[in-house]
Design a protein around this ligand. Structure first.
Ligand SMILES: Cc1cc2nc3c(=O)[nH]c(=O)nc-3n(C[C@H](O)[C@H](O)[C@H](O)COP(=O)(O)OP(=O)(O)OC[C@H]3O[C@@H](n4cnc5c(N)ncnc54)[C@H](O)[C@@H]3O)c2cc1C
Length: 533
């Protein structure tokens, strides 16, 4: 046994440069902890492994963090079993290495696979832990963190058309990251966020223990359902409450340009949409397009909605609630709820449900270089406020920029702010997601695009939430503040700057929970919850 183990170690360590001492020690430690030491070669990738780079980039969605200057991990561990994670946590602690947990790799700032701190770190990539078990009779599911939202939807859809789960629309997103920070999709006005519908979980804590809802206690169970990923431990799996949906839902899209009165429509939508029945999810995507007049640009507002009912029920409802939109049958299609996810994400009808299993998909937020930010709006923005925004979309940098407004209200108004860490509940008209993206050849000028985004954000200041200017933790934005480089102690006050924006007064409780469960701040990153002292 021992010579075999040594052989594996040597074969791994030849790949590590002489200066990579921590990596060698880490690997030696792992080989002693893994029950089957031969699995190291299958599960662990280091710099000199030929697959290292492709494994690292495999689920990285923001190409800003896949360039040669991006700090990379000493090792990537791809566990097949919880014990592999326990061993990795143990060895990282022992050798003073930071851990980054990656489920789907969609973190906007790449925090699951890189760090701005230039410290040695190890990525635990949960891609091999992705089983989904759906129980239709009980309307529950157990899903491992490495599964994608799409894999979950697919497994539900394979069994029934009349159950669903209220997670996001982006089907390539990982369960682990999304449920850790919220999860907002086409059912949230009816049933709340994905994290509001978690009924149990299995987590590995900073000491390597596996805890469930009962053994982790109320406070930690509260914190992991929306307090942001990478702060409290590694969630292995989640038990979900599935929700009823009709066999057919109705998805509609209507696009209007400024010449077709888009500005007025957006202005009216702001105060109307939050009062729609809970069964209607409604959003508006704003981007620039070529105008019908040669060589000119205009702004297009694309209204999209998913209604839990039929076209025949929806049309009279919209005639009553929002006649100015002029929604007609031809703007809408009936389909299963799972199909509506693909339609919402890709705007294509009739794709096979297997498309939900694709783990990569190019979009404004994936497989591209991008910067994104978020806001919450409490008072309607004036027409002149919007008019001042349009010229920014005509600037060069905004050729692929988009701004998505998502109506709140419904169930979100009913859940108290402190019930879960996600605090953006009653009082919001809508949220905004801003995205600007660019191509590889433009990346040498990335600052130009980043600055465009910051200018837009600055322009929006008077129109959005204040004190704090709220933000959604799953739309990670390091511009709003980061922890200090070596933030083991004394960073609570500093972290409050960004913490209040993501969590409002729940930030204090999150820091309290962190102090209880991980006082030495083992799980940390640029925006992790710090202990109180
Ligand atoms: C293309 C795209 C579409 C999106 N669509 C939506 C949407 O419709 N609705 C919505 O609400 N959001 C959406 N998002 C945002 C998305 O929810 C967040 O980026 C989410 O955190 C990503 O989860 P992940 O597992 O893919 O990412 P990762 O990068 O793997 O993880 C994100 C964060 O969570 C931590 N983490 C990951 N796994 C675990 C775990 N098992 N235990 C503890 N911490 C963990 C990571 O360390 C990191 O800090 C979208 C993002 C993209 C890029």
């Amino acid at each position: 046994m021992f010579p075999f183990l040594l052989l594996i170690l040597l074969s791994l360590s030849w790949r590590i440069s002489a200066s990579a001492q921590p990596a060698e020690e880490f690997l030696r430690c792992l080989s002693l902890r893994f029950h089957n030491s031969s699995s190291i070669a299958k599960l662990v990738y280091t710099y000199h492994n030929s697959s290292y780079s492709s494994v690292l980039k495999s689920s990285a969605q923001n190409f800003r963090f896949t360039t040669p200057s991006t700090p990379t991990p000493l090792a990537i561990v791809t566990p097949f079993h919880a014990s592999h994670i326990q061993a990795t946590v143990y060895c990282c602690r022992k050798h003073g290495l930071q851990v980054r947990t990656r489920s789907g790799g969609h973190d906007f700032e790449g925090l699951s696979y890189t760090t701005a701190y230039k410290v040695p770190f190890v990525v635990i990539d949960l891609v091999n832990l992705r089983s989904v078990q759906v129980n239709v009779e009980k309307a529950t599911a157990w899903v491992e963190s490495g599964a994608t939202v799409g894999e979950l939807y697919y497994e539900i859809a394979r069994k029934t058309r009349t159950l669903a789960f209220p997670a996001g629309i982006g089907h390539t997103v990982g369960i682990g990251g999304q449920l850790s920070g919220g999860g907002l999709g086409s059912l949230f006005r009816k049933y709340g966020l994905a994290s509001d519908n978690v009924i149990d979980a299995r987590l590995i804590d900073a000491y390597g223990r596996i805890l469930d809802k009962k053994s982790m206690g109320e406070d930690l169970f509260w914190a992991i359902r929306g307090g942001g990923g990478g702060s409290f431990g590694i969630v292995l799996a989640w038990k979900l409450k599935l929700v009823p949906v009709p066999a057919n839902v109705t998805a509609c899209t209507v696009s209007k340009t400024l010449e077709q009165n888009a500005a007025k429509l957006v202005h009216q939508w702001q105060s109307i949409a939050r009062k729609f029945p809970k069964e209607i999810q409604s959003s508006i995507a704003i981007a620039r397009v070529n105008s019908s007049e040669d060589g000119k640009m205009t702004i297009q507002a694309s209204y999209g909605s998913v209604f839990l009912g039929s076209i025949d029920e929806l049309i009279p409802l919209m005639e009553e609630k929002f006649p100015e939109l002029g929604l007609v049958k031809e703007d809408c299609l009936e389909m299963s709820w799972a199909e509506s996810i693909l339609y919402g994400a890709l705007s294509i009808i009739g794709l096979p449900l297997e498309t939900l299993l694709n783990r990569t998909q190019k979009s404004a937020l994936s497989q591209t270089f991008f910067k994104a930010k978020s806001d919450f709006v409490k008072q309607p923005i004036s027409e002149s406020g919007f008019e001042g925004l349009w010229p920014k979309f005509y600037e060069d940098e905004a050729k692929s920029a988009v701004m998505v407004l998502v109506a709140y209200g419904g169930k979100m108004d009913e859940i108290p702010e402190t019930e879960y860490p996600y605090p953006h509940r009653a009082g919001n008209l809508y949220s905004i997601l801003y995205v600007v993206n660019w191509e590889e050849e433009e990346n040498k000028n990335s600052e130009k695009f980043m600055n465009w985004m910051r200018r837009v954000y600055s322009y929006m200041t008077p129109y959005v939430s204040k004190s704090p200017r709220e933000a959604y933790v799953n739309y990670r934005d390091l511009d709003i503040g980061t922890n200090k480089f070596n933030h083991d102690k004394g960073s609570y006050t500093e972290a409050k700057v960004w913490g209040l924006k993501y969590f409002k007064n729940n930030f204090d409780k999150l820091a309290y929970v962190k102090t209880k469960v991980d006082p030495q701040n083992f799980f940390k990153h640029e925006q992790s919850i710090p202990p109180l002292f």
